[in-house]
Design a protein around this ligand. Structure first.
Ligand code: APR
Ligand code: ZN
Ligand code: ZN
Length: 385
């Protein structure tokens, strides 16, 4: 089992991180300084991090006005190096997932079984610094470097306690890192948000890791028809491998894909999942649903964009809802999800198409931008091939 060096506790750690100095700029793998955790904060030695499309979205989207330099990354696994004051159920050596949506267990949302939002520790950790004092724990030679969610493109990171999920130490960290975002989002969307029943028909728009995770879970739950829609033609074969029964590339059709789906299903699918992050695709997903009960579930992240849907379809019983992290409460639900993975209730290996040493992060982003990978896992232990 991997261990942490106790000699670093309470000290600034200098370690490798991939720093984005400007939007779309190359990631520079360089030494950064990581401060010790303050009260109710946790410093984590990140062992593995995978790349998610949201990292790409926020890194490349200048309109969102994020500050740079910045350390991205939010789908990861690691080991607690040290904890700040006030934390009594986490200790150095514990295996954890740093997650992007927190759970304080006290607020109105945390008290409700209807949501996994948290009003105190939500995704506003998109901010530059920590909640306590507003400062980042990262710096380069004294110059502050902003955080982004868990900032896991760094060998060490500091996050607030509500964003840390303790997991079974038996779980392989190079695999369960995927449960920090995309795969969990897909599984939860099917189980918790759709509550998909056997025999249901579905359409999945966007067959990346998130979409294929929806496909796989729908197949496990006995969906009768799983329609995959993607503009990347290579996704036809890949989708088929994961359980897609009918594939469409909208660019190759002579009529709108929603019409094709309606014809194929005799009126529309029971559930449509948007796994792209495009408001137009969200509207198409909605249009592909059955009147009376068709439900569109949005998983794609599109920032502040708005979506346009006909109100008449709401009156005729369709609905559109969305979910972050599959509706799972991180501390309450995710350790059990890790156990289910260990019991082989579901797989994550099939989503890992590439493993690379952390120093090759720029190559990993090229793969993601070119649509040539599902998940690439970056290993901080550079001996990986
Ligand atoms: N119509 C259909 N498919 C599309 C379209 C489109 N207009 N545009 C892109 N796609 C496809 C891509 O070809 C790709 O296969 O959507 C897929 C997206 O997959 P990934 O890039 O691997 O993204 P993923 O990590 O699965 O995330 C999907 O969920 O969590 C959010 O931020 C994430 O918004 C993103 C979405
Ligand atoms: Zn993500
Ligand atoms: Zn809360």
């Amino acid at each position: 089992m991997e261990t942490v060096e106790e000699i670093t506790v309470g000290k600034v750690i200098t370690c490798k991180a991939a720093v984005a100095w400007e939007p779309k700029g190359k990631f520079i793998v360089q030494d950064v300084q990581v401060d010790p955790p303050l009260a109710m904060e946790v410093r984590i030695k990140v062992t593995h991090t995978s790349l998610c499309r949201s990292d790409l979205f926020f890194w490349t989207n200048e309109a969102l006005g994020h500050t740079f330099p910045r350390i991205f990354g939010h789908e990861a696994a690691g080991i607690v190096e040290s904890v700040g004051e006030g934390i009594d159920d986490l200790k150095p050596g514990d295996h954890v997932l740093p997650v992007f949506t927190g759970e304080c267990k006290e607020c109105k949302y945390c008290a409700s079984p209807k949501t996994n939002l948290c009003s105190k520790f939500g995704t506003e950790s998109l901010a530059t610094g920590m909640k306590g004092d507003g400062k980042s724990r990262f710096s380069v030679n004294g110059k502050p470097v902003s955080r982004f969610l868990g900032s896991t493109f760094s060998e060490y990171t500091v996050v607030e306690y509500p964003y840390v999920v303790k997991i079974n130490p038996v779980a392989p960290l190079d695999k369960v890192c995927l449960l920090g975002c995309g795969v969990t989002a897909g599984i939860g969307a099917v189980r918790r948000i759709a509550q998909l029943e056997p025999g249901a028909t579905i359409a999945v728009f966007g067959l990346g890791t998130v979409g294929l995770s929806v496909v796989k879970e729908a197949q496990r739950r006995g969906a009768s028809r799983i329609i995959g829609v993607d503009i990347n033609i290579n996704k036809a074969a890949e989708g088929n491998f994961f359980g897609v029964t009918d594939f469409f590339n909208p660019d190759n059709l002579d009529k709108p894909v929603e019409e094709v789906i309606k014809e194929l299903t005799g009126g529309g699918v029971d559930y449509a999942f948007e796994c792209v992050g495009n408001p137009k695709v969200m509207a198409t997903a909605f249009a592909s649903c059955q009147d009376g009960w068709g439900t569109t579930i949005v998983l794609g992240v599109a920032g502040p964009a708005t979506v346009s849907i006909p109100t008449r379809s709401l009156l005729t019983g369709r609905c559109m809802k969305g979910t972050l992290y599959g509706g799972y409460k991180p501390k309450t639900d995710v350790p059990a999800l890790v156990e289910q993975y260990l019991h082989k209730d579901f797989d994550v290996e099939e989503f890992i198409t590439h493993n690379l040493p952390f120093s090759r992060i720029n190559d990993a982003f090229k793969l993601l931008q070119a649509g040539e990978c599902l998940r690439t896992v970056l290993h901080y232990n550079e001996t990986v091939n």
